[in-house]
Design a protein around this ligand. Structure first.
Ligand code: MV4
Length: 512
């Protein structure tokens, strides 16, 4: 593909929440005007407040707004954008959307549509990877669409097996087979389910890797043939395929394995003609020290900040530079992984009620900050959390020279994260990071069921749950207002700190 060297003049950000805000920051720093789209539910959202321009594209329902290709393209035309950044989720991995952008003369800030298509089809991507010499999980490859063929191909693999949907991914459309006698019925059921969920009943089979680690590599490839990796992120701590904690470096990798996996990730990206930022996911077998290609995510990922903090590379700015045809000036030899970074995802979910989504108005917000603390947030004091969209509110990321330093910093920052009015997972995360298994770096995919299933908040609360957040806010406000305004020696008046600044949310919630 010929390199498109065209300086981008205006970017339409086709997303919402914290990632839209993150992309706005990159645009500002590059002096590129940032326009955003929003739904009727997002009129007062942070991304709308911060953007240079905003266009309402429809009702709250994602299908009628953030997923509506015609409406998004229409918005880009309307504001005169010449490029579209899709963020993650929504249209980010929709090959038809990427293709449509190009057809309409817009730069899609992401990979070529064909790379999205190939990686979205898991049977096809396994085939491509296998022919490129990339290790894939032992299983079926090639177009084994018919049940009988699939059964035959799978019969030589040791159970347990996974039957996975080719159009699935991220844990969607997966079924386990422990006993070969159940294989045929499971293939049929999985295929029927995939047909109705994805409109594609193709399934494939993989051997189950027991208690694997999820280790992914960040790659960047430009339009001129240069490609690098920016090391790994370990994302093994997940709950029902929803990631909760990510970190880099992984406690499982040695320098040699890291180098080989990184080179493999770049080779995997090259095998599909990849350009721009992408992530190659591997399953890592801790016992055998072996790794297998799993899938490739053809977008900027939620957890990209841990890579940014340890490499000093701004991935979103590089996405934009690559999209406008600039050559990579970074070299593999020039990159170093410095220190350790941990990310915790702050979800509007109640960990004491099976992680049920929580919605409502944020009555009081105090976000942590300080050296080595990054808070990528889409919320503000008074923000109304709705259940129309993904429950992610913000991402708290800490950096320090050592893993232990980053861990302690994260615990402290979580304790200083005050979000009243809705339920969030901050206390659950604090206890997760304080768990001996996390301290020991035993972060494989069964971490939460194994160590956190008995969790309940250890912060003291009266039996009836205590006063509602509204009462806490009112009591704290009274205490705050009752304190005199101090006048310093320089004659400057200073307010006393709020109770949350002095004692933290947890003591107020319990003892006050
Ligand atoms: C697997 C696996 C073990 N063996 N495939 C889940 C998400 C999707 N990306 C693939 N997943 C898995 N595929 C084989 N052959 C275990 C998982 C898995 C998992 C992977 C990463 C992080 C968390 C996980 C939790 C359960 C299962």
């Amino acid at each position: 593909m010929p390199a498109k060297k065209k300086k981008i003049k205006k970017i339409l950000i086709a997303n919402r929440g914290e990632i839209a805000v993150r992309i706005i920051h990159a645009c500002r720093e590059m002096d590129i005007p940032a326009a955003v789209i929003y739904s009727e539910a997002d009129r007062t959202s942070l991304h709308v407040q911060l953007a240079d321009e905003s266009i309402c594209i429809g009702p709250p329902s994602p299908l009628e707004s953030y997923l509506n290709i015609d409406a998004v393209i229409g918005a880009a035309k309307k504001c005169g954008a010449d490029a579209v950044h899709p963020g993650y989720g929504f249209l980010a991995e929709n090959a038809d959307f990427a293709e449509r952008c190009v057809k309409e003369g817009l730069i899609f800030i992401g990979p070529p549509a064909q790379a999205i298509r190939d990686m979205g089809d898991k049977v096809e991507s396994r085939r491509i990877m296998e022919s490129a010499g990339i290790p894939v999980v032992p299983g079926t490859t090639g177009a084994v669409g018919k049940f009988k063929q699939l059964l035959k191909a799978a019969s030589s693999i040791e159970p347990p097996l996974f039957v996975k949907a080719s159009a699935g991914g991220g844990g969607k459309g997966m079924r386990i087979v422990d006993n070969m006698a159940d294989l045929e019925s499971t293939i049929e059921a999985a295929s029927r389910e995939a047909e109705s969920a994805f409109g594609n009943g193709t399934v494939y089979i993989e051997k189950v890797i027991e208690n694997p680690r999820h280790i992914e590599f960040q790659v960047l490839l430009d339009q001129h043939g240069a490609g690098i990796h920016l090391f790994e992120r370990e994302c093994s701590i997940q709950r029902r395929h929803q990631k909760l904690v990510e970190e880099t470096p992984s406690t499982a990798l040695t320098p040699d394995v890291r180098r080989i996996m990184g080179e493999t990730a770049v080779a995997a990206a090259r095998a599909v003609g990849y350009q721009n930022a992408g992530t190659v996911e591997f399953l890592f077998d801790d016992k055998k020290k072996e790794f297998y290609f799993l899938e490739m995510n053809t977008r900027i990922q939620v957890e990209h900040p841990v890579t940014e903090l340890t490499t000093g590379v701004d991935l979103v700015k590089w996405q934009i530079r690559i999209a406008q045809g600039e050559p990579l000036s970074l070299t593999q030899e020039g990159l170093v992984q410095r220190g350790h970074a941990i990310e915790c995802r702050i979800y509007a979910e109640d960990p004491t009620a099976g992680f049920m989504p929580s919605s409502g108005k944020i009555l009081y917000l105090q976000e942590p900050s300080g050296p080595g603390v990054r808070n990528d947030s889409g919320i503000y004091d008074g923000y109304e959390v709705t259940t129309h969209y993904d429950p992610i509110l913000s991402k708290l990321v800490t950096w320090d020279e050592t893993r232990e330093g980053a861990r302690l910093k994260m615990i402290t920052a979580l304790e200083n994260y005050v979000i009243l009015g809705i339920k969030t997972c901050t206390l659950f995360l604090r206890d997760l990071l304080a768990h001996q298994a996390f301290i020991d770096g035993k972060t494989n995919t069964d971490f939460i069921p194994k160590y956190m299933s008995e969790w309940s908040s250890k912060t003291w609360r009266p039996k009836d749950g205590g006063p509602p957040d509204e009462v806490l806010v009112a009591a704290a406000l009274m205490e705050y207002l009752a304190k005199p305004i101090a006048t310093g020696g320089d004659g400057v008046q200073e307010r006393a700190p709020t109770p949350w600044q002095t004692v933290g949310r947890w003591e107020i919630g319990g003892g006050a």
